[in-house]
Design a binder for this molecule. Structure first.
Ligand code: GUN
Length: 291
């Protein structure tokens, strides 16, 4: 058996086209142009690429896009002041501060400075709380993208065993909340989990979000499992030439292909969905802010 390859890139293209339609209607019928501000602190090249892609795709769906690139040594107070201005700016409906921020800046203070109604990442305690108790709120972008791919692949998820590998605030914890809402039986595995292969042997759904290249082996999977690989790890690729690198996920894709029922590739799986969901969240917050 060879797994179905879940084409996140093409799903995200369709989603962006639907978002562009919503944006057009918001403009035409309500005079609202959704606006997203993305903020990055520091020079990390991968983060800079993500943020540039986010800003570009925001403009491509017809939304107002602002990008702020701050120097790595910017004082925390200056970043908080920028967030304050964006909170008060009626042209901005979503604020994203790319994580991680440099060590001298407290990420919690940054997150708590963002107005919850403009928190398109669903990072603020108010929105995390709403997600947990099932109230309407923006939903964390990467977990939302994973959920869309899972629903598209499997239809109903009710009753399925889901194992999430990784307990981050960014992916693992909100993913667990979303899958619980779908009536999955959810387990979160992490670095202290004693027997990951034994857990995965029972998992109809695996979401790998641990940040360790190729960690999840194909032979640990339940045959036919649906595997969502959130990892994006750059590793040396001497076969491509000296000093060359390639992107791999947290799942050992080659060994998983013969055992999983369906799997997301890296790149081209979850990555494009994250940005599309960010745009969808900005349309949602623009609609909610304007009543
Ligand atoms: N860094 C990596 N992924 C994300 C994300 O989804 N949102 C933010 N703000 N930072 C990130």
């Amino acid at each position: 058996m060879t797994a179905t390859i879940i084409d996140g890139k093409s799903y995200a293209e369709g989603l962006r086209a639907r978002i562009a339609g919503h944006v057009e209607r918001l403009k035409a019928d309500h005079g609202i142009t959704p606006g997203l501000a993305v903020v990055i602190v520091g020079e990390d090249p991968a983060s800079r690429v993500y943020v540039t892609n986010k800003a570009r795709q925001t403009a491509e769906v017809g939304m107002h896009s602002e990008k702020y690139e701050l120097a790595a040594e910017v004082p925390e107070a200056e970043l908080l002041a920028l967030i304050g201005r964006l909170n008060a700016d009626p042209a901005i409906h979503g604020i994203l501060v790319q994580m991680p921020v440099p060590d001298h800046i407290d990420p919690i203070r940054v997150i708590e400075a963002i107005a919850p109604e403009k928190d398109v990442d669903c990072f603020t305690p108010a929105n995390v709380g709403k997600l947990t108790i099932g109230l309407p709120a923006p939903v964390s972008c990467t977990p939302l993208g994973c959920l869309m791919l899972l629903r598209d692949q499997l239809g109903t998820l009710s009753g399925l065993n889901a194992v999430i590998v990784g307990r981050s605030n960014l992916v693992g914890k909100p993913m667990a909340q979303l899958l619980l809402r779908e009536n999955c039986t959810v387990t979160i595995a992490h670095s202290r989990t004693r027997d990951l292969p034994a857990l995965l042997a029972q998992a109809d759904i695996v979401v790998a979000a641990v940040g360790r290249p190729l960690m999840v082996k194909g032979e640990w999977l339940k045959p036919g499992a649906t595997v969502i690989d959130v990892g994006i790890n750059r590793v040396p690729a001497p076969e491509k030439g000296e000093g060359k690198t390639r992107l791999v996920g947290d799942v050992d894709y080659e060994s998983a292909l013969g055992i999983a029922g369906a799997i997301t590739p890296v790149p081209g799986g979850v990555g494009p969905m994250t940005i599309a969901c960010l745009l969808a969240n900005t349309v949602t917050t623009a609609s909610l802010i304007n009543g």
